[in-house]
Design a protein around this ligand. Structure first.
Ligand SMILES: C[S@@+](CC[C@H](N)C(=O)[O-])C[C@H]1O[C@@H](n2cnc3c(N)ncnc32)[C@H](O)[C@@H]1O
Length: 405
């Protein structure tokens, strides 16, 4: 309930939950339960509110913790399938200490709550109307609904292998391991947090969604090739490119992220050069034959892992990120050597950050042409790239590969 309240107040879910769990002495099974409650409830918040609506006169007037208990409790009962005789009492007790007068209400509501009858598509998929409409524009009706529904379900832990024996090491750590849908990726169930696995500490693995691996893979650098990784962040793709033998220069505006990237590369036994710079401005750096721009975006393809995004994002935020992406793409174009290739990726499924962005780019830069892509995961092709669908635990991305004449 505390984590939920904090997130509804504007905090990010992952760090809020991590710090609450670190302060708790919960057993692993209870940590998983709390994690599912938090993510699941935020993923389905609009649907849960539609379920609660007929039972509550003025939900916005309830004390924050009481509303949180009702939403979490509804998720527990309606989605996790906990029977009322086992599930209701705990939520009543949870509000009793601070709001004793509300205990009866919580009991009565949770005993009667039912799935909403004929919810609107947006309530059914727990997405704001404008966002669902945005997915329809880029993906078409059927794939938009498929994508939105898939992002309501939890995803597995995905790791990318950095040593040939990564899977064996994970097994020795007590993990369950299966191959992922993209070469080098593993679907893992870990018995304890990642940073307490030997395989992670020894640099055998790195968490990375297969869709993210695929985006960097489109660059296909050759051994020793000079690569610019623009908007390199914590360097997840920097590591991937360096492990392919490329000589990588990672450029990022946030110095703390650049330092974290350098430390992570050391863990993995890899090296790259780091530069701190604002890529919306021209950059004094020699052009390279291979450039990746993994641009900052709305994150609309990552609602499974970051469900709080859909509670905050608005159309004007997307317009703002699209403007920034356009100016970063112009910088990336100047840094791509003649004959070179430029991969553009965003973890968004929205047209202004995807197809429309690249279509406008080739109009501004006729020296670039877009490759026809055939990614190995479910996708929706567009004239200048492809939307990777966020099915079965994958993140949603838009990717394009541009070649300079
Ligand atoms: C999608 S994330 C990059 C993730 C990273 N490529 C990875 O795989 O780990 C986008 C990054 O762009 C950075 N960024 C935002 N505005 C920027 C700017 N004007 N110049 C350079 N980097 C910027 C953000 O700090 C963020 O780290």
């Amino acid at each position: 309930m505390q984590v939920m309240e904090r997130v509804l107040d504007g905090a990010f879910l992952a760090p809020s939950l991590r710090s609450a769990l670190d302060r708790s002495d919960l057993a692993p099974v209870d940590r998983s339960f709390v994690t599912d409650l938090s993510y699941g409830t935020l993923r389905r918040l609009a649907w849960l509110d539609a379920a609660l609506a007929p039972r509550l006169r003025a939900p916005e007037q309830l004390p924050g913790p009481v509303l949180c208990a009702l939403r979490l409790g509804s998720y527990d009962l309606l989605i996790r399938g906990t029977p009322p005789h086992a599930g209701v009492h705990a939520w009543v007790e949870a509000v009793k200490a601070d709001h004793p007068r509300m205990a009866g209400l919580v009991n009565a509501v949770l005993r009667r709550v039912e799935p909403p009858i004929s919810p609107t598509p947006a309530a059914r998929l727990a997405l704001p109307d404008w966002l669902l409409e945005g997915f329809r524009v880029s993906l078409g009706d059927a794939d938009a609904e498929r994508a939105a529904a898939a992002m309501l379900e939890p995803g597995p832990l995905w790791l990318r292998a950095y040593t040939p024996d990564a899977a064996e090491r994970l097994l020795a750590d007590g993990c369950e391991v299966a191959p992922g849908p993209v070469a080098g990726t593993l679907r893992v169930r870990a018995p304890r947090p990642l940073d307490r696995l030997e395989a992670y500490r020894d640099g055998a693995v790195q968490p990375q969604n297969p869709a993210s691996c695929l985006a960097a893979e489109l660059l296909a650098p050759s051994e020793g090739e000079r690569v610019l990784d623009l908007a390199a962040g914590h360097g997840i793709k920097t590591a991937q490119l360096a492990s392919a033998g490329a000589r990588v220069t990672a450029v990022e505006v946030d110095e703390r992220k650049a330092r974290a990237s350098a430390a992570n590369l050391r863990r993995l036994g890899l090296t790259a050069e780091h530069r701190t710079a604002d890529l919306t401005r021209r950059l004094d750096l020699a052009a390279a034959p291979a450039v990746l721009l993994d641009a900052p975006c709305s994150g609309s393809g990552t609602l499974r892992g970051h469900p709080e995004i859909k509670l905050r994002l608005g159309p004007s935020d997307v317009a703002e990120t699209a403007r920034r992406q356009a100016s970063m793409l112009d910088t990336a174009a100047a840094l791509t050597a003649p004959g070179g290739r430029l991969v553009y990726a965003v973890c968004s499924l929205l047209e202004p950050e995807g197809e429309a962005q690249v279509s406008a780019f080739v109009d501004r830069h006729p020296e670039f042409t877009a490759d026809v892509l055939a990614p190995s995961v479910p996708h929706v092709a567009s004239p200048h790239g492809a939307y990777l669908l966020p099915l079965e635990g994958l993140d949603g991305f838009f990717v394009a590969r541009l070649r300079r004449a």
